[in-house]
Ligand binder design. Structure first.
Ligand code: NI
Ligand code: MN
Length: 247
């Protein structure tokens, strides 16, 4: 069946940052690297009315503006326990720390934390602090739609289990290469996940992130029913994969 997001609105803020308006009318952010993100449109840099923030790991290009946005919006911050603990020490009032394989409900969204093959040291002044492991999320919304944000990751064979267990409708996959998988690995990830709608992310923001959606498309053209939705920063995806102008 073709993917239909219903009235959910998925906004790409550039890099690995997404903003989602849920079917329940909440606003949730994933990896809000905004003010210093060269790919983030100006009007998305200062989000208001944020009900929850999900963080895949604590590298600067994902943690971004989380402390400021959490304070300004009094929003819960969801992360793996060690990173959540660090956020709390930095003044985040409502840090929700859980761990891989588990689920929690925040802002009407059922979030399951998944594995990611990546590092997660937190740069704090002149030290690197242990932040626990890097992760991804499967977010299930009130209308049943499931979105998998893979975080930063290499491809790993347990993506097959993520596909089997959660059957995500949409996968947000890093394809830039260098710090994460590139198109060659991403094409394999798509096969393991069995997902039919893919939004590439974490490419092009910086010169080293050389992977492209065009290359990913070329390497997956034999995958039946696959739609690679190449979102430009600021674009919004809703309904039966309709693109809206930036709102
Ligand atoms: Ni990273
Ligand atoms: Mn990254």
């Amino acid at each position: 069946m073709a993917t239909d997001l219903g009235n959910l609105e998925l906004t790409f803020c550039g890099h690995a940052a997404f903003s989602i308006k849920t079917p329940g009318g909440k606003r949730v952010l994933i990896d809000p690297f905004l003010s210093r993100n060269p790919a983030c449109p100006e009007h998305l840099k200062d989000p208001k009315g944020v009900d929850a923030i999900f963080i895949t790991h604590a590298h600067g290009d994902h943690l971004g503006d989380v402390i400021r946005i959490a304070a300004e919006n009094d929003a819960p911050c969801v992360a793996i326990v060690e990173t959540a603990d660090w956020l709390e020490k930095k003044g985040v009032k409502n840090a929700v720390g859980f761990n891989k394989g588990g689920s929690t409900n925040v802002a009407g969204v059922k979030a399951t934390m998944t594995h990611a093959v990546h590092s997660n040291g937190i740069s704090d002044g002149d030290r690197i602090i242990y932040g626990g492991e890097a992760a991804g999320y499967v977010l299930q919304f009130e209308n049943g739609v499931k979105i998998y944000h893979a975080g930063d990751t290499a491809v790993f064979s347990d993506m097959k289990i993520i596909g089997d267990l959660y059957e995500p409708d949409v996968a947000l996959l890093p394809i830039g290469d260098y710090y994460t998988m590139g198109p060659h690995e991403g094409a394999n990830a798509i096969r393991l996940l069995g997902v039919k709608t893919v939004v590439p992310m974490h490419y092009g923001t910086f010169p080293v992130l050389t992977g492209t959606p065009a290359r990913l498309r070329e390497l997956t053209k034999d995958v039946e029913g696959l739609q690679i939705v190449d979102m430009k920063p600021g674009e919004v995806l809703t309904g039966a994969l309709r693109k809206l102008a930036a709102v």
